[in-house]
Ligand binder design. Sequence first.
Ligand SMILES: [Zn+2]
Length: 316
Amino acid sequence: MSAELQDPRFTDETAAREALEAVVWPNGPVCPHCGNVDQAKIAKLTTKSARPGLRYCNECKGQFTATVGTVFERSKLPLTKWWLAMHLIGSSKKGISSHQLHRMLGISYKSTWFMMHRIREAMRTGGLAPMGGEGEIVEIDETFIGRKEGTPKAKAGFGHKNAVLSLVQRGGSVRSFHVDSTKKADIMPIIEKNIAKETHVMTDEAIQYRKLRNKFAKHDAVDHGRDEWGYTDRRSGTKINTNTIEGYYSIFKRGMKGVYQHCGEQHLHRYLSEFDFRYNNRSALGVEDWERVSKIAAGITGKRLTYRRPDEGAHA
Ligand SMILES: [Zn+2]
């Protein structure tokens, strides 16, 4: 780690900017105002008064840098600190707290808090093709975390907690969703939209999953209520369990409790993006540290964020 921290992206603002341009513009600068990609009509402004990295578009006469129109827009923080923050978030399995990052980066807690949410937004993926497919297994499960705002501590049940639905492909990726409830009406549209019909799905015995066999190639369930944690299908040799998704939830929960000490309900989806991203870009899938960080950096485009200041409302 210490040798890595000497990387020019963390220490040299010009190197940091050029590295960011390389991932945001893999085929050369793109004008965010008019979409012009003709490199002959984009010039680098090098006058003394020009901001470093400033480009001029001959098509629309507009000016831009690599961060215009991204989640880094309007940030006054040096890009070296953005790279360091992306690196630390990308490589910390259970996440990293705003307080710790604030001390490590030497910037204010508020700035760090905003920075982290922008990085989580960069980690968000969306509009993906369905997961699973023929011969693939997707485990489906739900978990509960935190308490819904304005609800008193309930004596039993999960009605007062925030519900999360996750779909995990064995040997592949995860997708998590903050859902209103685990009732069929809230989860079935997500399940059907995100999992290919040819998939073998596995769940526990919960009542909302009973009719899944009508929607997918195969559905098996383990009965956790009877202390059944899994079995092997004798004919196919397939292991029937939801161990993969339970492993994922254990990392998520340890991170949310231990590192983030829970979060406001309105931010839960962002934390899910963070944990999903790390799982989907883990070294077991062949994604190493710098590649993971570059993927976060590439994700800053095409997203817009507006935030209340952290002192104006609940935050984590
Ligand atoms: Zn333009």
